[in-house]
Design a binder for this molecule. Structure first.
Ligand SMILES: NC(=O)c1ccc[n+]([C@@H]2O[C@H](COP(=O)([O-])OP(=O)(O)OC[C@H]3O[C@@H](n4cnc5c(N)ncnc54)[C@H](O)[C@@H]3O)[C@@H](O)[C@H]2O)c1
Length: 448
C-alpha cells in the first residue's frame, strides 16, 4: 500500500492500531523506561572507578608537563592569570591583516603580576617609524638620522620611486641593518603597518615633477594623505605631514607667519601641489579634531643638499648642475624674486623636534636668510665657477615673488633654528652633484 511507505515504523506497535494505554489507562504515549542495561554496564565490574582513575592520571600528567608548573605557580594563580589574559584581550589577538591569531599562553612566571601591565611579549620594544617618500631627497636624510637614534628599533620606508631612488637608501641595505625595511608602494593605495610614528613625505616636490601628472599629484596629496591618516588612526601612531611654504602661494605678507592664510591661485598650473598640500593640512587637522589623532604639521621652505634630483627644476639644483656642466645659469624673470635656502640636515632636526614635541603646528621650517636669484647665482659662481654666465629667461606662471619664513614659533616652541649657512651647505651639495654628474670618486657625504 502506498500510504504504508510513509508510516513511521520505529515503534513496536502496529501503526494501524491505537497507541497502547498507559498505567492509568490514559490515552497518552508511555514514557520510555530507564536504560537500565547501559547503567548496569557502566557500574558493573568497577568500570566507573577505572575511568575516574584514568582521568585523574591524565590531569596529573598535564599539570606536570605544563610550563606553568613553576615552583611559584598554583592552580589558583593559573586560573587568575588566564582570567587576566582574557581580560586584556590576549587570548585572541586580531592582527592588522584582519586575520585572527591565537597566542599560546606564556609561563605564569612571565605573566604580569600588576593589573593593567602589558604582557612582555606585547610590550613595545623601542620606536617603530614609517617614512613615506623615504627614498627621496629629504626622506633619505631623515631615515639616516632616525637610524642613528638608539631608541629607534624599526624604520620602514614606503616609496613608489617616482622621484626617489633606491640608491638613496641602499647603504642601509648594504650595511645589513635589520632595523631598516624598504617597501615599494604607492600611498594612493592603503597599506597596513604597525608603527608608532608616521612621517608623511610622499609627494613629488619640484615643479617639474608635480606638473608632470597634476592629477596624480593631487591624488597623492589627498588620497595618499587620507590613507596615511587612516593608518595612523588605526594603529594609534603619531602623524607628521610635510607641508610646504607653497600653501602661502604668492604671499601678500612678508615674511610669512603661520597664521597667514596665503594667496593661492586655485586653478593654476601649480595648484595641484599648492592646493593639494592645503587640503592635506585640512585633512590632518580634521583627523586631529574629529578622531583625536596626534598630528604635527611642518611647512617646509626651500631645502637643498646632497641627493637632490639633478635637473629637477629647483633653482639650487639647476644652478649647481649648470655650473658644473659649464652651462649658463638660467635666471627666470629679472632675478629679483627672493627665496630662502635651508640645508637638509637643519630641516631633518626640525622635523624630529616637531614629531617629538608637544605642539601640533603648523610650523615654518626654513632658513630665514633671504637671497635674490641673482645673489644665489653669485654664491654658486663663487663655489663652482667664477666665470659661469647668467642667462635670463621669461618667468614661469605663478612663480612667487618673495618667500621668507618667520620662524619665531619654531624657535620658541620647538627650540629649533637652522645652523648651516648657504656658503657652508652649498659645497657639500656640490661634492655630491659632481660625483653623480661626472661619476668621480668623491664620496657624496664626505664633507658631512
Ligand atoms: N625639498 C623641499 O625644498 C621641500 C619644500 C617644501 C616641501 N617639501 C615636502 O617634503 C617632502 C619631500 O620632498 P623632497 O624634496 O624630498 O622630494 P622628493 O621628490 O625627493 O621626494 C618625494 C618622495 O616621495 C615619493 N613619492 C611620490 N609620490 C609617491 C606616491 N604616490 N607614493 C609613494 N611615494 C611617492 C617619491 O618617489 C620620492 O621618493 C614632500 O612632501 C614635499 O612636498 C619639500
Amino acid at each position: 500500500m502506498a500510504s504504508s511507505e510513509l508510516t513511521y515504523r520505529g515503534q513496536q506497535h502496529d501503526a494501524q492500531q491505537p497507541a497502547p494505554l498507559d498505567d492509568n489507562n490514559n490515552n497518552k504515549p508511555r514514557k520510555p523506561t530507564m536504560p537500565m542495561p547501559a547503567l548496569r554496564y557502566v557500574l558493573g565490574e568497577q568500570r566507573l572507578a577505572f575511568a575516574m582513575a584514568g582521568m585523574a592520571l591524565a590531569t596529573l600528567f598535564f599539570l606536570l608537563l605544563s610550563p606553568s608548573s613553576t615552583p611559584h605557580s598554583s592552580t589558583t594563580a593559573a586560573v587568575s592569570n588566564v582570567a587576566h589574559l582574557a581580560a586584556v584581550g590576549l587570548a585572541s589577538h586580531h592582527s592588522l591583516s584582519g586575520a585572527t591569531t591565537t597566542r599560546m599562553p606564556m609561563p605564569t612566571s612571565a605573566w604580569p603580576r600588576l593589573p593593567g601591565r602589558v604582557p612582555l611579549a606585547l610590550k613595545r620594544k623601542g620606536l617603530r617609524v614609517l617614512v613615506t617618500g623615504g627614498a627621496g631627497f629629504v626622506g633619505s636624510h631623515l631615515v639616516d638620522r632616525l637610524l642613528s637614534r638608539p631608541e629607534v628599533t624599526s624604520v620602514i620606508v614606503v616609496d613608489n620611486f617616482f622621484t626617489g631612488q633606491k640608491s638613496n637608501v641602499a647603504h642601509h641595505v648594504a650595511s645589513g641593518d635589520p632595523r631598516f625595511e624598504l617597501i615599494r608602494h604607492d600611498v594612493v593605495e592603503p597599506i597596513l603597518l604597525e608603527v608608532d610614528q608616521i612621517y608623511h613625505l610622499a609627494c613629488p616636490a619640484s615643479p617639474v615633477h608635480y606638473k608632470f601628472n597634476p592629477v596624480k599629484t593631487i591624488k597623492t596629496n589627498v588620497v595618499g594623505t587620507l590613507n596615511m591618516l587612516g593608518l595612523a588612526k588605526r594603529v594609534g601612531a603619531r602623524f607628521l605631514l610635510t607641508s610646504t611654504s607653497e600653501v602661502y602661494g604668492d604671499p601678500l605678507q612678508h615674511p610669512q607667519v603661520e597664521t597667514y592664510w596665503g594667496n593661492v591661485n586655485p586653478i593654476g598650473v601649480r595648484s595641484c601641489y599648492d592646493e593639494g598640500k592645503r587640503t592635506a593640512e585640512t585633512l590632518t587637522m580634521d583627523y586631529h579634531r574629529g578622531a583625536n589623532l596626534e598630528v604635527r604639521i611642518a611647512r617646509i621652505f626651500n631645502t637643498y643638499g646632497p641627493r637632490m634630483c639633478i635637473d629637477d627644476g629647483r633653482v639650487v639644483s639647476n644652478f649647481v648642475a649648470q655650473a658644473l656642466r659649464k652651462e649658463p645659469l638660467t635666471v627666470y624673470g629679472d632675478g629679483k624674486q627672493t627665496r630662502s635656502f635651508q640645508y637638509v640636515s637643519d630641516l631633518v632636526e626640525g622635523l624630529i623636534k616637531l614629531m617629538e614635541g608637544e605642539h601640533v603646528g603648523p610650523f615654518n621650517l626654513g632658513n630665514p636668510g633671504e637671497f635674490t636669484m641673482l645673489e644665489l647665482a653669485k654664491v654658486v659662481q663663487d663655489v663652482i665657477d667664477p666665470n659661469a654666465r647668467i642667462e635670463f629667461r621669461p618667468n614661469t606662471a605663478d612663480d612667487p615673488h618673495k618667500r621668507k619664513p618667520d620662524i619665531t614659533r619654531a624657535k620658541d616652541l620647538l627650540g629649533w633654528e637652522p645652523k648651516v649657512p648657504l656658503a657652508k651647505g652649498l659645497p657639500l651639495m656640490v661634492n655630491d652633484f659632481r660625483s653623480r654628474i661626472f661619476g668621480d670618486q668623491i664620496k657624496p657625504d664626505a664633507a658631512n
